[in-house]
Design a protein around this ligand. Structure first.
Ligand SMILES: [Mg+2]
Length: 259
C-alpha cells in the first residue's frame, strides 16, 4: 500500500499503459466520473470526463466499461452510455456487454432478495430520512441525509432485520450506504472476467469507494489503479476528486489515440 505518489509517476504509468496492444478502461461512476449528489437519479458525469470516456470508447483495441454498485438500469439511465459501451451493475451481478443484458439470479435468490427487501422497508419506515433502495440482487440502505447517530442506529437495525430475514445475507458497507445482497460478486471478479473476455494486455481502473478496493486488488504489473479521494487504498495512484480524474482521462485518451 502506498500513501503518496507524484503526478510524474502517474504520467509515466499512463504512457506505458497506453502502449498496450489491448486495453480495458474500467471506471466506477458515482464519486469517480460523477460528483456525489443527494438525489442519485440527478447525478451526471463531469462533461470533460465523459468526453474523454467517449473518445476512449472509440479508440482502437480499447474497451471502456463502467463498473458500478448501481443496478444496471440505473447506471444506463444516468449515464446515457452508448450501446456499445460495456456496463457492469450491482458490483458485478448484472452485465450489459455487446448490447446483451445478463442478470442471472435463480428463483431462490430472487425470493431471498424480496424477503430481505420487505424486512428493510420496515426498518426504513422507522427512520425518516433513511432511504431503502431496492436493487436486482439486493438492497442499499442510504443514510446520507441523516445524522451520524441516526445512521448508526438505522444501520444496526437494518443489519439485524436483514439477517433475521435471511441468515445467509451478505452485508457490505460503502459511503453512507449499507448494502445487503444474496450473491457475493465483487468489482474484482468483474475486472478479471472482463480481462479474459477481451484478452486485454492491461487494465486501467479508477474508483473512490471501499468496494473499489476489490478492483484494485486484482490489478497487476502494467495495470494502473487510481483511487479518487481520501481513504486507505491498494491503488498505485491517488488523485483528489472527480475533477482531477478529468485530466487523467483526457491524457489517457490523447495517448491512446496517438499511439
Ligand atoms: Mg463510487
Amino acid at each position: 500500500m502506498r500513501d503518496e505518489t507524484t503526478t510524474g509517476d502517474l504520467d509515466a504509468a499512463l504512457e506505458a499503459l497506453a502502449a498496450a496492444p489491448r486495453l480495458i478502461v474500467a471506471l466506477d461512476f458515482d464519486g469517480t466520473l460523477a460528483p456525489f449528489a443527494d438525489d442519485p437519479s440527478q447525478v451526471g458525469a463531469l462533461p470533460g470526463s465523459w468526453a474523454a470516456v467517449l473518445t476512449l470508447n472509440r479508440a482502437k483495441d480499447t474497451e471502456v466499461v463502467l463498473v458500478s454498485g448501481r443496478p444496471l438500469g440505473s447506471l444506463a439511465a444516468v449515464t446515457h452510455a452508448p450501446e456499445d459501451m460495456a456496463l457492469v451493475g450491482s458490483h458485478g451481478v448484472e452485465w450489459r456487454v455487446d448490447g446483451h443484458a445478463e442478470a442471472a439470479l435463480t428463483a431462490d435468490e430472487l425470493e431471498r432478495v424480496a424477503r430481505i427487501g420487505a424486512a428493510l422497508d420496515e426498518v426504513g419506515a422507522r427512520f425518516p430520512g433513511v432511504v431503502v433502495e431496492h436493487k436486482p440482487a439486493g438492497h442499499g440502505v442510504h443514510t446520507r441525509r441523516v445524522s451520524a447517530d441516526v445512521a448508526s442506529e438505522a444501520n444496526a437495525a437494518a443489519s439485524r432485520a436483514a439477517h433475521d430475514a435471511d441468515p445467509e445475507v451478505l452485508e457490505r458497507g460503502g459511503k453512507d450506504i449499507l448494502e445487503f445482497a444474496v450473491r457475493h460478486v465483487t468489482k474484482g471478479d468483474a475486472i478479471v472476467r472482463l480481462r479474459d473476455l477481451h484478452g486485454a494486455d492491461a487494465v486501467f481502473f479508477a474508483g473512490d469507494d471501499v468496494t473499489d478496493e476489490d478492483g484494485f486488488r486484482v490489478l497487476g504489473e502494467g495495470d494502473v489503479g487510481v483511487k479518487v479521494g481520501p481513504g486507505e487504498t491498494r491503488a498505485g495512484f491517488r488523485i483528489d476528486d472527480p475533477a482531477a480524474l478529468t485530466g487523467v482521462l483526457k491524457q489517457l485518451a490523447r495517448l491512446r489515440a496517438t499511439r
